[in-house]
Design a protein around this ligand. Structure first.
Ligand SMILES: Nc1ncnc2c1ncn2[C@@H]1O[C@H](COP(=O)(O)OP(=O)(O)OP(=O)(O)O)[C@@H](O)[C@H]1O
Length: 940
């Protein structure tokens, strides 16, 4: 049935009141064609300036023909429900092409209004007007219908590069589409605001307009680069209790599609070209869906799922909705091909039918009442003395009895089969028992080596490159959640042991540091002050690392108890970490103030007193040990560690390099002027030689201590990670306990590490996105772990905890206190808020970290329009880390964030000790980082 367009009437009289129905009177669907109208805009100023010609004639209010008809092969008649000429105002387009459909939503009928057309043809212009008029009419209708109570809700989204984004909350990132058996495709976590009044609604619409992705193309200065869907959900019910079902519920979708353009016409390159390809893909799917529906092949496969746009609008295309499409076009000859395509689309759309029906909400109270009535009726029937009724009931009972007997027989048969399978399984199991014991043994040994590897990186057991069976077995077992509780308890205890070992080692290193510092007591005043500070810090470290005592373990400690005990010792390791941090800073200061040959009053005296020996050399054995002896058990690795440059203090290194040679030369020349005799000169040279030697030795030692402290910190971080891995395993074990006690090892097809790494990284990136993880954390993790075999454990832990977090994000508040620690867990919204604050913070750093030129290049590259300074910076930062599926985007985002937080500023290789769990920008430790959430959660 073709829908007829009536003359405009007031909304309240125009809308047919649909009869309220009870569940027993099914609501009849109304089948009608999509209402298709065409709006031709006036020639634009550009087209006029280019002396473009008008290519179309509107012969009557339903028909549009090409002026060049005779020369065209295309002869189809372009007749539509309405054709609006360039002089037609938007209110008329609304009244004749959208109002009737739009206002159906007030009566419980889903409605959708689309604007379709090439870029710059006037879609946004038209939809803006249509939306304004619709809002006005809806509120007019509500005011004229006091007998009904209306609740309006507003939501809005855009589909940009196949990513669905909430326009009321861009920070929520990419939203997922879910299939709901009753409601069709729904957008997960899309915010719905209850509208207070018309003004509130207009305000929300304006927010969405400001949020939408726009960009400049050759055809349109402000081209919409995304599909925008504004959705009003209208629920209404009769104020009086009339005893019947009375609530209506419907959606009104106002859809402004992105332009269907050709890249050649819009001169698009780079981001625009990519956007264009996404836009064209979704519009192509829309066209295909419309074409297939118009062919009458509704029963065949309709590719709704090929694009997010068609998935979301599935109901509006051939489903339970009334739909109106306004096709917009330019009259210009230069766009005649595009306009013809638009008309082709419009012609197909005309043939599509939808079957809308009134959507009613059965009120719970009413439903209960009806069901109660039904129950009483049945009860009455049951106890009725009516002989015919009782005889039919007894036959029913007999039938039921027979059925029950039959089912019992089936159950017995099934039981017998189950017992058989179980006994076979038992047999299998006993024959494999030996193998299993061997597996556990291998697991324990490998765990041991893993611990050794983590605690002692120089322990040259190449766990990850070994080709032995145990390696793959280890991977399997570490991956499986089936690890037994005993083994995990064992592991937790080993971790404790390692925590203590780290403390001991730190002490040992600090003793050496103490000696080293003591040997330099006679340096300059500054150095003396630095040394004093270091000594007090070292003392504190000593005190801190001595706290960790051997813990008496109960024989049968539960896993959770073990974990909480391990966590209770956390403060020691945190104190150690903090102290190591302080020592490192002091070392850097010390390096900066290293005594040179410049003669300070003190050093002058000292040189005189010691007859040219600047430092305490009396204890030569000690001197030797300072120069040569290892300052840690890891000394064999010292050379490589010396090469490792801390990227936190590049300036200090540079300063040292700059200052030292000059001052040395200066001093040497001063000294040569002062000492005239040859003997004196030679003794002075000797002294200088010694000084240089000492300086070199001191520098070397300080450097290696520095490297060692760095390494200790890295090991603390690794230890923390390993602890997390264990907690993850405990969590999984607990989750599995309920389902099965089995500890079988499931075979997994081995995959090369590089492939595994790629897959894991992609998964991690997606989970970061879904869990709203700090973008600084993402950047640092992304840049630090690039596929080295030793990254495996970090990847593993990151993945596990993100997966866990994703699953439990919603019910963090209910998590076990043993795992949460004292801090209450954050929520999704607080993570989103933190992420927002983080972006604001990074936006501020744009000016301090990048030059105006660098910023300009970035704005250009990331397509940030030249608006207010502040807005531009935030716009740029808001574009980072938003497309988890695009690896190039991820890489480029990481590069920008790294620059902003000063990560790898020095261009030197990055030390992993920087990878801490509570990531904060290196210079500022602030409490707003979203990732705290996870560390709170695991309390590690
Ligand atoms: N009917 C009209 N009357 C007057 N001006 C119009 C009309 N339609 C569009 N315009 C003007 O044409 C320009 C392009 O319109 P608009 O941005 O609505 O196009 P669009 O189809 O939404 O483009 P895109 O797909 O690139 O977003 C705007 O400056 C708009 O004001």
């Amino acid at each position: 049935m073709k829908m007829t367009m009536g003359a405009p009437v007031t909304p309240s009289s125009k809308i047919r009141r649909t009869q309220a129905r009870t569940p027993s009177t099914p609501n009849k669907a109304r089948e009608e064609n999509i209402l298709v109208t065409v709006r031709v805009r006036p020639l634009s100023s550009k087209e006029v300036a280019a002396y473009d010609l008008i290519a179309w004639d509107i012969t009557d209010e339903h028909t549009i023909v090409s002026k060049n008809l005779y020369h065209e092969r295309h002869t189809g008649s372009n007749t539509f429900d309405k054709v609006f000429d360039p002089s037609c105002p938007t209110w008329k387009v609304y009244e004749e092409g959208a109002r009737d459909v739009a206002l159906s939503a007030l009566n419980g009928i889903n409605a959708t209004i689309f604007a379709y057309g090439q870029t710059s043809s006037g879609k946004t212009y038209t939809m803006r007007g249509v939306t304004e008029h619709a809002v006005k009419d809806i509120y007019e209708h509500i005011n004229l219908t006091p007998e009904r109570e209306y609740v309006l809700k507003f939501s809005a989204l855009e589909i940009y590069n196949e990513t669905v984004v909430d326009l009321l909350n861009r920070e929520s990132g990419s939203l997922r589409l879910l299939d709901d058996p009753e409601r069709g495709t729904i957008v997960d976590k899309l915010i719905e605001e209850v509208i207070k009044d018309g003004q509130h609604l207009r305000h929300l619409i304006s927010i969405c307009e400001a949020q939408r992705q726009v960009g400049e193309t050759a055809l349109n200065d402000k081209s919409s680069r995304s599909h925008q869907i504004i959705r009003l959900t209208i629920e209404s019910s009769l104020r009086e209790d009339s005893g019947c079902v009375k609530s209506f519920l419907a959606n009104l979708n106002l859809v402004d599609l992105a332009g269907s353009e050709r890249s050649t016409q819009t001169n698009t390159v780079g981001i625009r070209l990519k956007e264009g390809s996404h836009i064209n893909r979704s519009l192509l799917t829309l066209t295909t869906v419309i074409r297939k529906l118009s062919d009458g092949k509704r029963s065949g496969h309709i590719p709704y799922r090929n694009s997010k746009l068609t998935r979301i609008l599935q109901t509006s295309l051939g489903g339970n909705a009334r739909t109106a499409i306004i096709c917009t076009m330019s009259p210009a000859l230069s766009h005649v091909d595009q306009s013809r395509n638009t008309l082709k689309f419009a012609t197909s759309a005309k043939e599509v039918t939808t079957s809308a029906q009134v959507n009613m909400v059965v009120e719970r109270k009413q439903l209960v009442k009806q069901l109660q009535e039904e129950v009483s009726r049945l009860e009455a029937e049951l106890y009725s003395p009516n002989p015919s009724a009782s005889s039919s009931l007894s036959s029913l009972l007999r039938e039921k009895d027979l059925k029950i007997q039959q089912m019992e027989r089936q159950i017995n048969e099934l039981k017998r089969q189950r017992d058989l399978v179980q006994s076979q399984l038992e047999l299998e199991r006993s024959s494999h028992k030996e193998k299993k014991v061997a597996c556990i043994y291998v697991y324990v040994s490998i765990s041991f080596y893993l611990c050794m590897y983590l605690a002692f990186p120089l322990f040259h057991y190449d766990l990850f490159s070994s080709k032995s069976d145990s390696k793959s077995m280890m991977r399997k077992i570490v991956r499986r959640s089936t690890t037994s509780a005993d083994v995990l308890v064992n592991e937790i205890r080993k971790l404790e042991m390692r925590q203590r070992q780290l403390g001991d080692e730190a002490n040992h290193a600090l003793d050496l540091l103490h000696k080293e510092v003591a040997s330099q007591r006679h340096g300059s005043k500054d150095t003396a002050e630095t040394i004093a500070k270091m000594l007090s810090e070292i003392k504190e470290i000593h005190a801190a690392s001595c706290i960790s005592e051997v813990v008496e373990l109960k024989d049968k400690a539960s896993l959770r108890e073990e974990i909480s005990r391990l966590n209770s010792q956390e403060s020691n390791i945190t104190v150690l970490e903090q102290k190591l941090e302080n020592v490192q800073r002091s070392i850097e200061k010390l390096v900066m103030h290293l005594p040179t040959c410049v003669e300070t009053p003190e050093s002058k005296n000292f040189v005189k007193k010691k007859k040219g020996l600047p430092f305490t050399l009396s204890n030569t054995t000690n001197m030797q040990s300072i120069i040569r002896a290892p300052c840690s058990p890891l000394s064999s690795n010292r050379k490589s560690m010396e090469n490792e440059v801390e990227n936190r203090a590049p300036e200090n290194e540079v300063m040292r390099e700059k200052n030292t040679p000059n001052s040395e030369e200066e001093t040497c020349s001063v000294s040569s002027r002062e000492n005239s005799s040859a003997k004196k000169q030679s003794s002075s040279i000797n002294v200088k030689k010694m000084q240089r030697m000492f300086k070199k030795a001191t520098e070397d030692n300080i450097q290696s201590i520095k490297a060692y402290v760095t390494e200790l910190k890295e090991r603390v971080a690794k230890l923390q990670y390993q602890k997390q891995l264990l907690v993850c395993q405990v969590l999984e074990l607990e989750a599995n306990e309920t389902s099965s006690d089995e500890t079988e090892i499931i075979e997994q097809s081995p995959m090369p590490w590089n492939m595994m790494f790629d897959n894991q990284r992609k998964e991690i990136i997606m989970l970061w996105h879904l869990c709203h993880v700090s973008i600084v954390h993402r950047t640092q993790f992304y840049l630090l772990f690039r596929g080295d075999p030793s990254d495996q454990i970090y990847m593993e832990v990151e993945l596990r905890r993100l997966k866990w977090l994703e699953q439990h994000l919603d019910d963090l508040g209910n998590a076990s206190p043993a795992l949460l620690g004292d801090d209450p867990a954050g929520s999704v919204s607080s993570s989103i808020k933190s992420l927002k604050q983080e972006r604001e913070y990074l936006a501020k750093r744009l000016s301090s970290k990048l030059s105006a030129e660098e910023r300009e290049i970035l704005y250009l590259k990331w397509d940030v329009p030249p608006e207010g300074k502040q807005r531009r910076r935030l716009q740029l930062v808001n574009k980072l880390w938003i497309d988890p599926l695009n690896m190039q985007h991820v890489k480029e985002s990481a590069e920008v964030v790294a620059k902003l937080v000063g990560f790898c500023e020095s261009g030197q290789p990055i030390s992993r000790e920087m990878f801490e769990l509570n990531f904060v920008p290196l210079s500022d430790k602030k409490s707003w980082m979203g990732w705290n959430l996870i560390s709170n959660l695991l309390h590690l």
